[in-house]
Design a protein around this ligand. Sequence first.
Ligand SMILES: Nc1ncnc2c1ncn2[C@@H]1O[C@H](COP(=O)(O)OP(=O)(O)OP(=O)(O)O)[C@@H](O)[C@H]1O
Ligand SMILES: [Mg+2]
Length: 249
Amino acid sequence: MENIVSIKNGNKTYDNKFLALSDINLDIKKGEFVAIIGSSGAGKSTLLRSINAMNPLSSGAIIFNGKDISKISGGNLRKVRREMGMIFQHYNLIERLSVVQNVLHGRLGYMSNLKGFFELYSEEDKIKALNILKRLGLEDHCYKKASELSGGQKQRVGISRALAQNPKLILADEPIASLDPKSSEIVMETLKNICVEDNLTCIVNLHQVEFAKQYATRIIGMNKGKIVFDDVPQNLTEEKIGEIYGQNI
Ligand SMILES: Nc1ncnc2c1ncn2[C@@H]1O[C@H](COP(=O)(O)OP(=O)(O)OP(=O)(O)O)[C@@H](O)[C@H]1O
Ligand SMILES: [Mg+2]
């Protein structure tokens, strides 16, 4: 199967010369649902954010959909980024705006700067946003302010906004870290179902190993900036979990 994204010899050093990613080599195939696990500081967010250059690699290459995107910038980077939907731990919604307006923000990458500035969305974009919200069971909340929703509902709006981008890849950084267990399950279930139905690829950082095992088709374990486990969930034994979260690697 085709790779949607690859990282070749990826390294990341922050200003303090700390090596946050160390020689990362990774191929993600279309349709995979990949969970990245590891202790705090292992480099999960750095890895995820290197893919859409929110936090670019110090050296190495990112190949997305067959193209080396590591050195692009400006309008070309914007075009690539709109194909990567990002989901955040704290949802990153505009609280004072309505749910549907938040989802429409996912369309900004497809509009001219001027139209985008005045939020001149087309009728087609509005219908698309409403359809996505309906699909995610949020039809009764479309015109509420984002601030009126529960955490789980907000995160489903976050997923809706990512979907409005027509993404080829979804990057989710701890999407359930601020949610209670029931809402976490609903959000993970929603994300997984959408990806399966639309044959979308998803990379999701998770703290909870159980959720990773339940939903992922592949689990990547990180420790101190390195990939120390990369296999199907069935092979993530207690011993391997100990290695991923241990200090002695
Ligand atoms: N902007 C930054 N400047 C300097 N160091 C940073 C920066 N961002 C992250 N780091 C360091 O890089 C390492 C990896 O951080 P990262 O945020 O990727 O870890 P993580 O696995 O996502 O952790 P968590 O589970 O806490 O979210 C950490 O040691 C962190 O302190
Ligand atoms: Mg993180």
